[in-house]
Design a protein around this ligand. Sequence first.
Ligand code: TMP
Length: 218
Amino acid sequence: MARGKFITVEGIEGTGKSTNIAFLVSLIEDEGIPVIRTREPGGTPMAEKIREILLQKDQEALPEIAESLLFFASRSLHLRNKIMPALDSGHWVVCDRFTDASRAYQGSGRGLGAERIEQLANWVQDGLEPDLTLLLDAPAEIGMQRTAQRGNADRMDSEELSFYRQVRKAYLALAEKHPQRIAVLDASKSLADVQSAIAARMKLLFDEKLDKRDTVNS
Ligand code: TMP
């Protein structure tokens, strides 16, 4: 059985990830491909408990190293207990955030540096990277306006604007470094425009899958 594709969706707060992930999953389902939707931090019962620790406000100080290790502990559980088994059984996996978030938020936003994040990524991922990452990009001001309207800010939603500007910059730098894997979508456009850009990018991935099937069958 062919291994499933691993697709991640990234972006700062307020770039419309949830709505667009639902759309993305429906596109994959329409192709008749089995797919699961999941998220980080979280995705398994124990990883969801780590998510609570990471997002809860007003608790003891969480130093950036501890924060990074908790994100990767959650990721390790998620990979072993959910993502890898799903991919191995031919499911496509759509994940709301993955290691690019650690690169952008902890590596750059918190200032830990790229090297330490890559060391943890090597340890935890054993070479696995997404087949495709959709980066929903918008200025931090727009993202913050949208999250303020939602209310209920968690620990990670409560930083200064300058933090999210830095995180956005780091995401765009990652996209420049990995243009084949990371597709940047302008999330300040209308929902219809963003979704047609997602559909166009996904068509490339679906066609790639068809090409492979043709090769196998011929
Ligand atoms: P969200 O999934 O509801 O957006 O919340 C997750 C928050 O955690 C978000 O602010 C991004 C942040 N995050 C990191 O800082 N590093 C990570 O590795 C991941 C997965 C998320």
